[in-house]
Design a protein around this ligand. Structure first.
Ligand SMILES: *[C@@H]1O[C@H](CO)[C@@H](O)[C@H](O)[C@H]1NC(C)=O
Ligand SMILES: *[C@@H]1O[C@H](CO)[C@@H](O)[C@H](O)[C@H]1NC(C)=O
Ligand SMILES: *[C@@H]1O[C@H](CO)[C@@H](O)[C@H](O)[C@H]1NC(C)=O
Ligand SMILES: *[C@@H]1O[C@H](CO)[C@@H](O)[C@H](O)[C@H]1NC(C)=O
Length: 216
């Protein structure tokens, strides 16, 4: 059994839900974007193939100028962090969505050291048309060398636009992005809210951020 705790971006809401790994494993997502940003080749990570952002036919990168940084150093936390696309102005990735509904959106960040730009001091803002996923995040205030963020977003149109907004004269980067369909039964619309402890419905309209998982 896996226990997932989710926190809404706009209010303090915790829901606990339990699911069986068996039914999850057999699910084939309709939308399944695994994108290695700035990479020149496919990257296999945890048994899945991430495709370079320039080579995916259903993905477009709009606006802004960008450069690529990469590292072959053995200190890179995992293969997915070997490359990054670095934006110097506002830019966005547009994903064509085949099936509306809830999707995982996963973002991977690792400020590759010794690149021409000081990525660790980047100020990172990421928004969708509806939600702010990251607001001026910077590794200078973060106790970790890399960061993984996961959101569950109900997409109600035929595309998802992720816009990356640098601020304060800094650059911004991203190493990898996933946009993957979630089976509907995984997130029931009505679940028990732990704080406040009353039934809460309307979860389908919110963006949820996964904050912890896996019972020990
Ligand atoms: C990269 O992966 C994609 C999707 O799995 C595949 O279609 C493509 O042939 C791969 N490209 C190379 C160069 O291996
Ligand atoms: C940063 O992480 C290290 C190792 O996990 C820990 O020992 C330290 O207390 C943390 N520092 C802060 C400010 O959270
Ligand atoms: C903006 O950049 C300047 C110079 O690098 C720095 O002193 C200041 O703290 C930054 N402000 C924010 C809000 O990050
Ligand atoms: C997504 O939102 C639409 C419109 O609000 C709703 O009808 C649908 O049930 C939601 N889907 C999920 C999986 O939450």
């Amino acid at each position: 059994m896996v226990k997932i705790k989710l926190v809404s971006l706009s209010m303090v809401l915790s829901i606990a839900l339990f699911l069986c790994i068996g039914s999850y494993a057999s699910f084939t997502p309709v939308d399944n974007y695994l994108i290695a940003c700035g990479s020149s080749q496919n990257i296999t990570f945890q048994g899945r193939t991430f495709v370079p952002d320039t080579q995916h036919s259903l993905l477009s990168l709009d606006g802004g100028s960008s450069v690529v940084v990469s590292s072959k150093a053995t200190t890179v936390p995992s293969p997915i962090y070997q490359s990054a696309r670095v934006f110097t102005s506002v830019a966005s990735y547009k994903f064509e969505i085949k099936e509306e509904g809830r999707h995982w959106v996963r973002l991977y960040f690792y400020p590759i050291p010794k690149s021409e730009r000081n990525l660790a001091s980047s100020s990172i803002t990421v928004v969708t048309d509806e939600f702010v996923l990251l607001n001026k995040f910077s590794f200078t205030n973060y106790n970790g060398s890399f960061m993984f963020k996961e959101y569950a977003i109900n997409i109600t149109s035929d595309s998802l636009t992720l816009t990356f907004i640098p601020s304060n004269g800094s650059v911004l980067f991203v190493n990898a992005i996933e946009v993957v369909s979630v089976p509907d039964e995984l997130l029931p619309d009505q679940a028990l809210a732990l704080n406040p402890s009353s039934p809460f419905s309307g979860i389908s309209k919110l963006a949820l951020e996964t904050v912890s998982y896996f019972d020990r």
